[in-house]
Design a protein around this ligand. Sequence first.
Ligand code: BV8
Length: 237
Amino acid sequence: MKLAQRDRLFVLTGAGVSAESGLATFRGSGGLWNGYRVEQVATPEAWEADPALVWRFYSMRRREAAAASPNAAHRTLARIENRLGDRFFLCTQNVDDLHERAGSLRVHHMHGSLFQSRCEGCPFLVADTACYESEDSLPRCPRCGSSLRPRIVWFGEIPLDMEGIYRRLDAAAALLVVGTSGSVYPAAGFVHRAVALGIGAMYIGPESPANAEAFDEIRLGPATRELPRLLEEIGAG
Ligand code: BV8
């Protein structure tokens, strides 16, 4: 991947960049997500039907993410950002905070953030690391009394700041996609948008993604190996 002096880089990451930190990927666990089926827990319908179950699921994910550490993939992306500054933008599908804990500053969580909760009835939003494991401990909004939910974008909900994402993507000279199966939209469609605009697109991961045909280049391997190699190549060392 060649980046000229003023070129902007747009990076999209998925669950694969956190895999080597020990966090389960959706596909890796055979379509179950930490033992739950996605439609059981990551949809508004699931929340409507059983908020306690959904809070148990996200409480478990909070505990796992808090116990995990960033890996060399997260750290390498932070180094590339350090070198490129404002020419770098990281959009992640992940809801964990490992990119930030590795030093990334310019991170957008398009599917929300595990360590935030928001009110169902008003704009109240709060940083929240708590675990809610029993029916009678479900959190309520301190402002309006409505239920607090995980600040997560579920299936059927619109990802956060799509306008800002597309503005950044359209201004990039290169798109780097790392560790995502390319099965969830609209994230999986970013490469098609990029290529249609003449933006070069590279994928890094151990297996070809579902949208492989759209990429100019695919580097098969774990992100912790391939990203440091890319770092050398683009001279952001
Ligand atoms: C929406 C939060 C409308 C939950 C998540 C076409 C267009 C638009 C929408 C749709 C469409 N077709 C279908 C839809 C609807 C739906 C969808 O895409 N369904 C799929 C199942 C077909 N999309 C939606 O509902 C989205 N909303 O469309 O709104 C709209 C859109 C735009 C504008 C206006 C209106 C909302 C989707 C968000 C759902 N929430 N996350 C939570 O985390 O609890 S999605 C969730 O699943 C993740 O965030 C992630 O995005 C996805 C999992 O995917 P991956 O990250 O790719 O993980 P996966 O396990 O699949 O793959 C892991 C990869 O890592 C593998 O490839 C593996 O090889 C690789 N890997 C493993 N080890 C390593 C590695 N890579 C590197 N290194 C390693 N060591």
